[in-house]
Each structure stands twice: as structure tokens, then as C-alpha cells.
Design a protein around this ligand. Structure first.
Ligand code: ZN
Ligand code: ZN
Length: 352
């Protein structure tokens, strides 16, 4: 905040408040903000209905408001107490537009800026305790797959697979966060919305899912085939697997994020599938599913020990099928370690 000339940071996201203060509450449409001043002092402004959680969390200066009262008065009081007129104030990138518009009109002489870049230097480098939580979340996602694969057969729906994976993750004392299950031509849509479509013999099945432990997330993608694969399905899987491993091999401190992306893309380009790899190779992950560093063309960020991100190249043949293989990795002094078990080098066959 000092180097950017930011006088105060107004956090409204449960992730930012969770990271900085262990407070994961969100106010939704109600104004709930953890305000931090450049000198280190802070104030919590929250709805009265969240006051006891805020007290339990240990905030010392709490100003609460009841429904029917005007929370912007508390913000104007804050601006007066901290002298925010004419100053720069950072806000969460995820702050609701309606709340930011209210703040802007209540504090008309204050300049607002996006705050995530101020935090990302801290958040993208994980310490040992954070990495151990990420590993637990990764292991739970890994271990959830085998029991589900045993139950998969033609006629089962995508939604059923979603439910089984979620139950398995929950049974391992984690919180399931998301689960994409895409069968057949749906697998060619990287962010397919899981549906009631039935699995059929010959389908490629992509499962991209994750859970969290104390707020730290996992994110894994595995691709299998129902019954014997076609030659092309096996080939595309092989290309994606080699792209995944090429990116992994390139990871070490000091390498630019864009070079990791290029390592994966090169393998897919060389095999003639370049136009079907339609997204970046990976994204940082921690308490957010997507955060810095982004592993994509143009990102010159040099990897640092403790950076955690996904490696998830994919090939998507529209209307036919797609393959993606995703692990989460942490940069170490001499390369990286994976938060997930290693993916199979060959397309796993689920008996039809
Ligand atoms: Zn994923
Ligand atoms: Zn991912």
C-alpha cells in the first residue's frame, strides 16, 4: 500500500478477509467491509447480523448497522476519521458494482482503484502451512476418483457422476467446490455445464473437480473413455499427456510463466492440434480457484518458490470429443512438486 500510495483498502470478499484476518463472511448485498489503513490500523463495518462472528474473530473496532439504517454513514465516518478525502482507496476486485457505486457517491472526493494486484504478491507465494492444506485438498480429490470409476457404466448420467464425486470428497472431510462432468461431445466444451445426459459406450468422459480444506482448494482433471477407445481418442490423449509433461518439466524458479505455457503449446502445435487448444495452460490457485500467476502467453512473471498453479493443457474437437489433463503443482528450489497423483500416461478405459 505504501509503494502504491494507497491510503486504505476496503475488502468485501470472504477470500480476502479470510486470507488477511481469518474472517470468511460475506455481506452479499449488505455492506460488510474490512477496512485496513496504511498505518496498519483497521475497522470492521458489518451488518448487525454478522456482529457476533466478527467479535469472535477478534476484530477490535467493529461498527455495525441494522437493516433499515444507512451503512454509508459508517463509511463516511471512516473517511472522516482516516482522512480519506483526496486519497487513493483500494477495493477488492470482486466487490459488487452496486456497493462500489454507493461508495463512490458517498465519498465523492476519494479515488478508488482495483486492489487485487496489491495483494497478489502475498497471495501467490504459499508457505509450508498453506502447501500442506493444498496437498490435503489435492489428495482428497485424487482419492475420490477410483471408487467413482468403479461405478461408471453406460446409462449413468453426468449428474450422477457429479454427485458421486462430491460425496467422495465430502467423505474425506473436505468441502466439494465444483465438478464439471462432460461426456461425449460435451467433453469438447472446456467449461461444460454438467447435465442429465447419459454416458454411452465410446464416449470420452472429462471430470474436472475440486474441494477445499480450511479454504485452500484443489482442482484436478482426469479424462477416461467408456469402452475401447478409437485410434484418434488414444492419439489425442497421448498428445495432451506429452504436453502436460513438457510443461511440468519446464517448471523451476526464474522461468517466465509464459515459457511454461509455450512448452505445453509447442507439443500440441507440432501434432497439428494447435487451434484446438483454446485456453491458457494454467492458473494460480490457493483460496481462490483462479488467481495469479496465470500460465499464459504474455505473462512475464518469473516463477518463485511457493508459487502454486495448475498445468492443464487440453485439445477440444468441436462436436466430437475433448481431452484435458490437470494437476496442481508448487514451485520448489529444484523444480516442482505435484499436489496430485500423477496422471495415467494412457487413456484409462472404463469397462462398458
Ligand atoms: Zn480444473
Ligand atoms: Zn484449473
Amino acid at each position: 500500500m505504501d509503494s502504491k500510495g494507497i491510503e486504505a483498502f476496503l475488502c468485501t470478499s470472504g477470500v480476502t478477509m479470510g486470507y488477511l484476518a481469518g474472517f470468511h463472511e460475506e455481506g452479499g448485498e449488505r455492506l460488510l467491509t474490512y477496512a485496513i489503513r496504511r498505518d496498519g490500523s483497521s475497522r470492521m463495518i458489518c451488518p448487525a447480523l454478522s456482529r457476533s462472528q466478527a467479535e469472535r474473530c477478534g476484530f477490535e473496532d467493529i461498527r455495525s448497522w441494522k437493516d433499515g439504517e444507512e451503512p454509508l454513514k459508517l463509511v463516511q465516518q471512516l473517511a472522516e476519521d482516516w482522512g480519506l478525502a483526496g486519497k487513493e482507496v483500494a477495493v477488492d476486485d470482486e466487490m459488487r458494482a452496486a456497493i462500489l457505486l454507493d461508495l463512490q457517491s458517498a465519498l465523492s472526493s476519494t479515488r478508488f482503484c482495483a486492489g487485487q494486484s496489491t495483494l497478489s504478491g502475498l497471495m501467490r507465494t504459499k508457505d509450508a502451512a498453506e502447501i500442506s492444506l493444498l496437498k490435503r485438498a489435492g489428495a482428497a480429490a485424487d482419492d475420490s476418483l477410483a471408487p467413482v470409476l468403479k461405478k461408471i457404466r453406460p446409462g449413468i448420467t453426468e449428474w450422477q457422476v457429479h454427485e458421486w464425486l462430491s460425496e467422495e470428497m465430502r467423505s474425506r472431510d473436505t468441502m466439494p467446490n465444483f465438478c464439471i462432468v462432460a461426456t461425449g461431445s460435451h467433453s469438447a466444451e472446456p467449461h461444460h455445464g454438467t447435465s442429465q445426459t447419459q454416458l454411452s459406450k465410446g464416449d470420452v468422459l472429462v471430470m474436472d473437480y475440486g474441494c477445499s480444506v480450511d479454504g485452500y482448494m484443489s482442482d484436478i482433471t482426469r479424462t477416461v473413455v467408456i469402452g475401447e477407445p478409437s485410434e484418434e481418442q488414444s492419439k489425442v490423449y497421448d498428445v495432451v499427456f506429452r504436453a502436460h509433461m513438457a510443461a511440468r518439466k519446464a517448471i523451476r524458479p526464474g522461468v517466465a510463466a509464459e515459457d511454461i505455457d509455450r512448452a505445453a503449446r509447442q507439443v500440441i502445435d507440432d501434432e497439428g492440434y494447435g487451434e484446438f487448444f483454446v485456453h491458457r495452460t494454467g492458473h494460480g490457485l490457493g483460496m481462490r480457484i483462479h488467481e495469479e500467476p496465470y500460465i499464459c502467453a504474455g505473462n512475464k512473471h518469473r516463477l518463485e518458490v511457493g508459487n502454486v498453479f495448475s498445468i492443464e493443457p487440453g485439445i477440444y474437437l468441436p462436436g466430437r470429443f475433448g481431452v484435458r489433463i490437470e494437476n496442481i503443482v508448487a514451485v520448489t528450489e529444484d523444480g516442482h512438486e505435484s499436489m496430485n497423483a500423477e496422471p495415467s500416461p494412457h487413456l484409462t478405459v472404463v469397462p462398458a
